[in-house]
Each structure stands twice: as structure tokens, then as C-alpha cells.
Design a protein around this ligand. Structure first.
Ligand SMILES: Cc1ncc(COP(=O)(O)O)c(C=O)c1O
Length: 374
């Protein structure tokens, strides 16, 4: 059996006919960037999250940069980010001339460790960027309480891996002053190419972000602020609108698979993911000894396991000067031990059984061959 890490062919099966019609209509509409299709997706997406506004853009990394630019983040400002997560979060901070301040990841939730947050806050802290890593929501109620006790600290939620996750019945993306999403094709809600969005309830931020994403113009051909081009293609908006109605069912199926894996593997010598009950299981990440060997064995048996991520962001050479000398023990340990097992709604029951059995056999086999004295 061959099980890829994502299966786009199956993912698109239910909407293929609609997509084909959509493409014909799109060409007939004479519009390929922006337009009514994009505005329609923006409203639907905002509604699905319970926020007022979505500003679409070209990808999630641009979304991060656009919000930070709109907030005027630059030289001398500090932005708190998780020690491990996705590289473009810290990259964007550095691009703007600001300083990323890394906070270690929690040993069990993998998210930014809220117990360590306050010791990193200084008078220069302007923004905290929590990532809902692997689809597991950060405790946003607690984080917002901490942030609110400091003047002038804003929270920008990174929901790129957590479409539809919630905390206390409220969707992530609606807690911070703003949030960003990526619709990279592998995400829980993925486009057929790159796309991203900013969501917020702040109308003035919306205007500012739209202008930045459109060359800095509020009015056509007048450029009062420094902007760039970051727009969503009409086609990607069409794809996303067609897929949005499937998101909740897909997330539910992910959760069922995660429960099944967790139960089936509870006696293995591995650390299973400890996620919130409202996680959306973008990834199923275990921690295991001899990780690289196990990954190789799984791939030999047709299971495309992956590593998210092998080198923690804080250890990337690019960020050397921003690292704290005492280091980030959880981020370091996780990077050497994490292994992502395929999890997505389109996995068949037979494939899930195959994954469950194969992971068991491989992990038990590798544990025996690596026993001391053998
Ligand atoms: C947590 C996180 N933030 C931001 C991004 C950036 O999104 P994009 O690839 O659309 O630029 C990603 C993408 O993988 C991500 O996983």
C-alpha cells in the first residue's frame, strides 16, 4: 500500500465538476485577480469564524508581514514568537527590522509555553504571535489575559495550521487583535496554489492591510504609504469557497482518526500528542526514539511520514543573534524526536488500519533491535 502525506486527487473529487464549471465561468467573467468571487469568499470565511472582516492576500507569510507593517512594527520593537514552529513567522519579524524573541514550546502541547511568556515581555514588546501548532489551539483566554495586562501589546494569532479549531466554543482567529491564515494546498482548508488571509474585527486595520496589499493605495493610482502586491487570485477564491463547506466534516474525520491512533498506540514506547478536544489535527505528531530510522522504515512500507520540523526555528543560522544563550530545551528535544504520521479526511478505513498496524510493527521492531546489549 502507498499512502502519501496528502491526497489532493481524492480531496478534489467531490468538487471536480463544480470546479470545471467554475473555471469556464471565470474565463467568461473576464476577471482573474480579485473581484466578486474574492469578496464573496472573504465574507463567507469571516462568517465561518465569527469575525467581522477577512482581507485576502497571496499567502500566509504575506499576511503576517502586512499586519505587522500596518501596526508599524520595525526597528527597536520586539515580537514574541514560539522557538519552534514555521520559519516565516520569525523571518517576517526580521524582515521588518524588529527583533524576534523566542519562547520555548510546551513539552506536551507543542505550543508556545504560556508559563514562560511573561519573563520575555519587556517595554519593547509590541506583539505576541502564538501559533496554533499542528492544529492544536493555544489557550487563548489565558494568553489574552496576559497580553491585556500590558499596555500596547497586541496579539496576532497564527492560524495557518488551525482552520476551524476553537477555544471555549469560540474559533481561533477571533481572539487576537488580528489573525492570519494560510491556504497552502496541504492545510485543512487549502487552495490549489498559494493563498492567505488576515482576519480581524478592526475596521481601520482592514483598510490599512488592503492598501498595503495593493501597492499602498487607498485610492487608485495614489500611493500615500509603502505597499506591495499581495492579492488573492479569483480562481483560488473559487476553490476555497467550494471547499469551505467541507471543512467541519473534514476536521471531524481528522479528530476521529486521531482518537483511533491515540487509542491503538497507547502502549507503544512513544509520546502521543496531547491535544485539546477542539484541536483540528492538521498534523498527528508523535515523539519517538530512533526517529529517523523509524521514518525510513515507514517510508519503505509505503507510509509517507514527515518531520515538522527537524531544526527548530530558533536554531536556524539566520536567527543566531536572537537566540537566548540558555536555549530552548523543549524545542530542541522535539526537533530531534517528532514524527508526523499521515492524517487527513480522505484516508480510507483500510489505509488507517494499515497505518495503525505498520506503525506498531515498525516501532516495536526498532525498539527491540536498539535494546542495549543487542
Ligand atoms: C504556522 C504557519 N505560519 C505561517 C505559514 C506561512 O504560510 P504560507 O506558506 O502560505 O506563506 C505557514 C505555512 O506553512 C505555517 O504553517
Amino acid at each position: 500500500m502507498q499512502i502519501p502525506f496528502v491526497n489532493l486527487r481524492r480531496q478534489y473529487e467531490p468538487i471536480l465538476a463544480d470546479l470545471q464549471n467554475g473555471l469556464v465561468n471565470l474565463i467568461a467573467s473576464n476577471r482573474a485577480v480579485g473581484g466578486a468571487e474574492v469578496s464573496s469568499f472573504e465574507s463567507r470565511f469571516a462568517k465561518s469564524l465569527g469575525v467581522k472582516y477577512t482581507v485576502s492576500c497571496a499567502n500566509g507569510t504575506d499576511a503576517l508581514e502586512i499586519v505587522l507593517r500596518a501596526w508599524g512594527i520595525g526597528v527597536g520593537d520586539e515580537v514574541i514568537v514560539p522557538a519552534n514552529g514555521w520559519v516565516s513567522v520569525a523571518e517576517t519579524v526580521v524582515l521588518l527590522g524588529a527583533t524576534p524573541i523566542f519562547v520555548d514550546n510546551h513539552a506536551e502541547t507543542y505550543n508556545l509555553d504560556l508559563d514562560l511568556l511573561e519573563e520575555k515581555i519587556t517595554p519593547s514588546t509590541k506583539v505576541i504571535i502564538p501559533i496554533h501548532l499542528y492544529g492544536n489551539p493555544v489557550d487563548m483566554k489565558r494568553l489574552m489575559r496576559i497580553a491585556a495586562s500590558y499596555r500596547e501589546i497586541r496579539v496576532l494569532e497564527d492560524c495557518a495550521q488551525a482552520h476551524g479549531a476553537s477555544v471555549g466554543g469560540i474559533k481561533v482567529g477571533s481572539y487576537g487583535q488580528a489573525a492570519i491564515f494560510s491556504f497552502y494546498p496541504t492545510k485543512n482548508l487549502g487552495a490549489l496554489g498559494d493563498a492567505g488571509a488576515i482576519v480581524t474585527n478592526d475596521h481601520s486595520l482592514v483598510e490599512h492591510c488592503r492598501a498595503i496589499a495593493n501597492y499602498g493605495q487607498f485610492k487608485k493610482y495614489v500611493y500615500p504609504i509603502l505597499g506591495r502586491n499581495s492579492r488573492m487570485d479569483t480562481w483560488q477564491a473559487k476553490v476555497l469557497s467550494l471547499k469551505l463547506p467541507y471543512l467541519d466534516a473534514g476536521n471531524l474525520r481528522r479528530k476521529q482518526i486521531a482518537n483511533y491512533y491515540n487509542n491503538a498506540w497507547k502502549n507503544l514506547p512513544i509520546q502521543l500528542p496531547k491535544a485539546d478536544k477542539n484541536a483540528v489535527w492538521h498534523l498527528f505528531v508523535i515523539q519517538v526514539d530512533n526517529r529517523d530510522q523509524i521514518k525510513e522504515e515507514l517510508i519503505k512500507k509505503g507510509i509517507q511520514a514527515e518531520i515538522h520540523y527537524p531544526i527548530p526555528v530558533c536554531r536556524q543560522p539566520l536567527f543566531q543573534k536572537f537566540r537566548h544563550p540558555v536555549g530552548y530545551p523543549n524545542a530542541e528535544q522535539q526537533a530531534s524526536r517528532v514524527l508526523s504520521i499521515p492524517i487527513y479526511p480522505e484516508l480510507t478505513d483500510d489505509e488507517i488500519e494499515y497505518i495503525v498496524d505498520t506503525v506498531k510493527t515498525v516501532i516495536e521492531g526498532v525498539a527491540i533491535t536498539n535494546q542495549p546489549g543487542r
